[in-house]
Design a protein around this ligand. Structure first.
Ligand code: 1HN
Length: 379
């Protein structure tokens, strides 16, 4: 309930024992305003909702529209020092036009034409690349060129110098995920330019990081600890694909290692700690068998999903969309998400619906604020 005295809004709230509007009350509220004070009883409903309520809205972006605009940007807008990247961010319709996919996460499509280079720099924000189509760009992290190909997940921990170059004759697009909105909100951001041109244009199949770290269950004894951020710079699709396939094969043989029937999932992990790959970002790949449907699940914190393969329908809160390869959608905090794997209109895909997902779960876990729930948990 709101009342106004002399132009000042007085929140009466639902709290018991609120005084009737009076001249004295008006003087009190004017005093609050003059001294830049706000009484809790006027705000408690918004500050302490009984469950998380997000300003972010569920939303889907279609890859075809995104890609077409990125291509246009490739024709019209150069990439170089100053602008740094030809990255075009998803702006959640609930977040006032800022380049924020969710209150904590940035997601963008990045486009690099044949022969182009995105100059070296470093920032404290944590980042990753995920490749939904194409290949041919190397991201150089420090002095380690790392190939980018379809299905690869490439984490990029904060404060490492990095540049990208495209030595081939075809453009390439991918998605970037970063914790920019979070870092912006807590005001912890540092940024530095690196070399204007990275001289080493070698294009190794396997990066040094993979040669050292991409051996299951093995870590170099001499390696220093890198708490919170993975030293492995590329998680290759062949491994992710095999891990998901094995879960569904074992399920078909009567063993339950899936999240739920018909729904396999893996999480990208730090090889030294077994924890999440980045201090602020969790990343996973999900596979829902054709005809499968996931139970509604919700959790604290927000996530961004991208369809990697297949098609289907996705429900987030009271929004529902059909999704195809490359489409991105946002799940705000505590909104239930469920996924149905369906044949596409032209039935051209292989069967299962594969989805890449990243979230801010590590922040919520570190603060002991993480909760998740399915319909089953409530029974
Ligand atoms: C950045 O460095 C990259 O390295 C992508 O590819 C997106 C968005 C804001 C600030 C830095 C990249 C970015 C970014």
């Amino acid at each position: 309930m709101t009342d106004t005295i002399g132009g000042i809004r007085i929140e009466m709230t639902d709290a018991p024992d609120q005084p009737a509007p009076s001249e004295d009350l008006l003087a009190l509220y004017r005093g609050f305003e003059r001294e830049l004070l706000v009484p809790l009883w006027a705000e408690i409903g918004e500050l302490m909702p009984t469950t998380p309520t997000s300003r972010a809205l569920p939303h889907r972006w279609e890859w075809s529209a995104l890609h077409q605009l990125a291509e246009q940007a490739g024709d019209l807008v150069p990439v170089g020092r100053g602008g740094e990247r030809r990255a075009i961010a998803l702006a959640n319709p609930g977040l006032g036009g800022r380049p924020f996919a969710t209150p904590t996460l940035w997601a963008a499509i990045q486009y690099l034409g044949a022969g182009e280079e995105a100059p070296e720099h470093r920032h404290t924000q944590n980042a990753f690349r995920f490749v939904v189509e194409g290949q041919g760009v190397w991201t150089v992290v420090g002095d380690d060129p790392v190939a980018m190909r379809r299905g690869d997940f490439l984490p990029q921990a904060g404060w490492n110098f990095h540049a990208h170059f495209n030595p081939g004759d075809a453009p390439m697009a991918w998605i970037d995920g970063l914790d920019i909105p979070y870092a912006h909100f807590v005001e912890s951001t540092f940024f530095e330019f690196g070399r204007d041109r990275v001289e080493d244009r070698s294009t190794p199949e396997r990066s040094k990081s993979e040669r050292l770290w991409a051996h299951p269950g093995l870590a170099p004894v001499a390696a220093a600890d890198s708490p919170g951020t993975t030293p492995l710079l590329a998680y290759r699709w062949e491994h992710t694909d095999a891990a998901l396939a094995a879960q569904l094969e074992l399920e078909a043989q009567g063993e339950a290692h899936t999240v739920e029937p018909g729904h396999a999932a893996v999480r990208y992990l730090h090889p030294q700690t077994g924890g999440d790959v980045l201090p602020t970002i969790r990343a996973e790949m999900h596979r829902v068998r054709r005809g499968g449907e996931t139970a509604p699940r919700r959790e604290t914190g927000s996530s961004v999903w991208q369809v990697f393969d297949g098609s289907g329908r996705v429900r987030v809160g009271d929004h529902e969309w059909s999704v195809n390869r490359g489409d991105l959608f946002v799940v705000p905090s505590w909104q239930p998400v469920s996924i149905v794997s369906e044949a596409s209109a032209d039935d051209s895909d292989s069967g299962a619906l594969d989805l890449f997902r990243f979230s801010d779960a590590p922040i919520h876990l570190a603060m002991h604020q993480f909760r998740s729930e399915t319909e089953d948990d409530k029974r």
